[in-house]
Design a protein around this ligand. Structure first.
Ligand SMILES: [Zn+2]
Ligand SMILES: [Zn+2]
Length: 367
């Protein structure tokens, strides 16, 4: 068993740090280590470590316990779940609304484990595997958003026992060890303090009920292999990358499911190049049009747009179509489309054209 590091050391603050100092230091570290942003292999461990340290030190009572008795003072009195649940009110405050998507379902999950910032703090239960789903989308999908419908390998209710895990017609009895709660509390006194530990009941494996005759098809699990349909919205404005949908991976009887990792690749477009929410488009015009000016119709992602090429336009002039780009992620506002005028100089001209140009040249010299 590894020794836990000192919480103050983990956050890099002094023992007498104020609540504000602790909060700002945690924000910094949590953003640094959050695995949605940090791809190094030990980011998850660091994230858990700083989050636990923050959960304890941001709570006056827990911090007092920790200051007086160290790790054993806190661990003896609170389960891991209690440590985090007690601080949940602070997290929105810490990350602000901009981080809602990363931290959504912070405390969802339930069962015997719980989730925090995309991590399972289970009570020894096995976590389901992550599933990976690859998809390619077009720039038009990025403009409008896209509904994805997928089938995932998963567990469905056992058809024989209808999910109860018991042979049809037989009964289940309430576990007498935990009285059906699925958890066992043990308390132990030490000096002036009483430490309460909550653990899953061993006898019923946390289910609260005992199956007398397990269903032969599913061996008492109540589940069988199957596919499950899942649909989700790819939001407009999204960039290529990996996105995590919490709890939609493989499910486990521990109640701790893995995540679904969606790898999105935005396909290159035949006409437009993308930079964030802005689109870039090259329009070829002749040197005559650049000189004389012209009304043009250029494509946009949604249709077409009229533009005026002014007389005397220079090569690489950029014309901005305001609001014709892609939506900014998580916002209604849109980027712009930039039309670059590429002036084509003729590579071959015939005798007659040459004569005309030379005449023009002479005229320009006279001016
Ligand atoms: Zn029990
Ligand atoms: Zn069954």
């Amino acid at each position: 068993m590894s020794t836990k590091r000192d919480y103050y050391e983990v956050l890099g603050v002094q023992k007498n740090a104020t609540a504000d100092e602790i909060k700002s230091q945690y924000r910094k570290l949590a953003l640094k280590f959050h695995p949605d942003r940090n791809k190094s292999h030990d980011a998850a461990e660091h994230f858990k470590e700083v989050s636990e340290a923050y959960a304890v030190l941001s709570d006056t009572e827990k911090r007092k316990l920790y200051d007086s008795y160290g790790h054993s003072g806190v661990d003896g009195r609170y389960s891991t779940e209690d440590i985090f649940q007690g601080s949940k009110v602070n997290f929105e405050d810490i990350f602000g609304s901009g981080f809602e998507s990363i931290f959504e379902n912070l405390f969802g999950g339930g069962g015997r484990g719980f989730r925090f910032g995309g991590f399972d703090f289970g009570f020894g239960g096995e976590r389901g595997a992550d599933l990976v789903y690859d998809t390619e989308i077009t720039l038009e999908d990025v403009l409008r958003g896209k509904q994805e419908e997928i089938d995932l390998p998963g567990e469905i209710e056992c058809g024989d026992c209808k999910g109860t895990g018991a042979t049809p017609g037989t009964s289940m009895r309430t576990c007498s060890v935990c009285n059906g709660y699925g958890q066992v509390r043990t308390s132990r006194s030490s000096g002036f303090s009483t430490f309460v530990t909550v653990q899953p009941c061993n006898t019923c494996k946390g289910h609260g009920k005992i199956i007398e005759r397990p269903c032969s098809k599913c061996k008492g699990s109540g589940k069988q292999k199957g596919t499950r349909h899942f649909s989700f919205e790819i939001p407009s404005g999204i960039e290529s990358g990996e996105y995590r949908i919490k709890g939609q991976g493989e499910s486990k009887s521990s109640g701790i499911s893995g995540d679904l990792i969606v790898r999105i690749q935005v396909k290159p477009h035949g006409k437009f190049k993308r930079d964030g929410a802005d689109l870039f488009y090259d329009e070829n015009i002749s040197m005559i049009d650049a000189t004389l000016g012209k009304k043009l119709v250029v494509p946009t992602l949604e249709g077409t747009e009229k533009i005026d090429v002014e007389a005397g336009s220079q090569p690489n002039t950029i014309i901005k179509l305001r609001g014709k780009g892609l939506p900014h992620q998580g916002s209604r506002s849109r980027g712009d489309q930039y039309v670059r005028l590429v002036v084509n100089i003729p590579k071959k001209i015939d005798k007659h054209q040459r004569k005309l140009l030379e005449e023009l040249q002479d005229r320009l010299k006279e001016e």
